[in-house]
Design a protein around this ligand. Structure first.
Ligand code: EPU
Length: 418
């Protein structure tokens, strides 16, 4: 298990480019299996989840190649739908998108229950409800979800909770169903829109992505195309928060500022200077931030995936901040580790009460999940002395070369391999 060793206390300065968005990448990649032709992706991040998903697809017979410029080509003409590798599929959450994709293309799918970060119960009842509404028989047998449909037919589906995963899975299945599917109370996250853009370029007929009603008119066939993945706003948020935490001055490039509005607004409220223009955001900070309250919500609310990173910043704020997590039941595992670094945070139910302290001190901590790891890296960057963040493989699932990017901004950071 690799670790990051950080000598804290350096102000981050300079420019950094954000990679393609993880949660868009893990949706468009399996969507490429909806047709036999070649699909080409730009800005698909080179992260562990994308590598694992590529291995899964290769084991199923897809040809995948990344050229030196980073362009990823996927061709799925010799696909065997019954050979989804169990062990690999359990390593990430998004493997459940193979349900929607394989049902749409072959009329059956067998996919193990997915893995992903341990941040709550993570049920998939809404995915199953949606696929059943489209006419699929879905059963769970020995940890494997088995779905079958002679012909998927369009239906109206109202999601009981706003779910990114269920919205995407139903959308994928509906692309080649007979008739029109309407998804109500759909997730509005930008990666849902990015997937819809990709599907429409492949010849699908998806309307309303980005609103809470999505209409999909099924088509007979899809064809290959080229698609550039949108920038990762959680990576951008992490870099912005790291800049603010270290009293730095950083220009974060390749962003869609609108997607970062909730994070920029909280930083401004905390007294941090945030300036944006076109495709960059500059974050400049001096002194301790002011305490602010944060409540996570589906997009366009404050993203749950930035909740752990912002709590690291607020650990050194002047005053008491309240962070309420409304999406995941167990997304406070980083709190114990931050407290080991001198933070004063108490969790009561779904709320973390953060009494800001003047500074943190470095020690050895463990990344229990992806965004917990991001929070601990931010804490290490601002702490006095040396911080060792262990179990970095969680972080490597979703951040591309995070250590190199932070080093280029002046952080003193190095990786120690076991
Ligand atoms: N939910 C249900 N039933 C379902 C599906 C979801 O009750 O069938 C509940 C969940 O328990 C949760 C809420 O609905 O309380 C939202 O879950 P959602 O389905 O939106 O989450 P997800 O699709 O499993 C994706 C991201 C997560 C991100 C959430 C919320 C991927 C691969 N994962 O998860 O990303 O936190 O949306 O935005 O896209 C991360 O990147 O660190 C990460 C965890």
């Amino acid at each position: 298990m690799s670790c990051l060793v950080i000598q804290g206390g350096r102000h981050l300065t300079g420019r950094v480019r954000v990679s393609g968005r993880k949660n868009a990448a893990v949706a468009v990649l399996p969507a490429a299996l909806l047709c036999e032709d070649e699909n080409r992706f730009e800005d698909l991040p080179d992260i562990r989840d994308v590598r694992t998903f590529s291995e899964i697809m290769q084991a199923m017979g897809a040809d995948i190649e990344r050229d030196p410029q980073g362009l990823l080509r996927v061709r799925a003409n010799g696909l065997s739908p019954s050979s989804v590798p169990q062990d690999l599929s359990k390593r990430l959450r998004a493997s459940y998108y193979l349900l929607g994709v394989l049902l749409a293309r072959f009329g059956y799918a067998e996919v193990p229950l997915p893995g992903g970060c341990s941040i709550g119960l993570r049920p998939i009842d809404q995915h199953i409800k949606g696929l059943r509404a489209l006419g699929a028989e879905v059963e769970l047998e020995h940890g494997v979800i088995k779905a079958r449909a002679r012909k998927l037919r369009g239906a109206s589906i109202y999601l009981d909770v706003v779910s990114v995963g269920a919205t995407i899975n139903i959308l994928l299945a509906a692309t080649r169903a007979e008739g029109t599917t309407i998804i109500e109370n759909a997730a509005k996250e930008p990666h849902v829109v990015d997937l819809a853009t990709f599907l429409n370029t492949m010849g699908a007929d998806v309307r309303g992505a980005g609103t809470d009603v999505i209409k999909v008119r099924g088509v007979e066939e899809l064809h290959g195309c080229s698609h550039a993945i949108i920038p990762d706003e959680i990576e951008a948020a992490t870099l912005m928060l790291a800049a603010a935490a270290t009293g730095g001055d950083v220009v974060v490039e390749n962003v869609i500022p609108k997607h970062l509005d909730p994070v920029s607004a909280k930083l401004r409220e905390a007294g941090v200077h945030v300036e944006e223009n076109g495709d960059w955001i500059r974050v400049k900070a001096t002194g301790r931030p002011k305490a602010v309250n944060v409540k996570t919500l589906p997009y366009p609310g404050f993203p749950t995936d930035a909740q752990q990173p912002i709590s690291a910043l607020l650990a050194i704020a002047d005053g008491t901040s309240f962070i309420t997590e409304t999406i995941w039941e167990r997304r406070f595992k980083h709190v114990g580790e931050l407290n080991r670094m001198g933070a004063d945070i108490r969790v009561e139910g779904h709320t973390a009460i953060i009494n800001g302290v003047p500074d943190l001190s470095g020690t050895e901590v463990r990344a229990t999940d992806l965004r917990a790891g991001a929070a601990l890296i931010i804490a290490g960057l601002m702490a006095k002395g040396e911080t060792k963040v262990c179990d970095m493989e969680h972080v490597d699932r979703g951040y591309e070369r995070i250590d190199e990017k932070l080093s280029a901004l002046g952080a003193c950071i190095c990786r120690s391999e076991p």
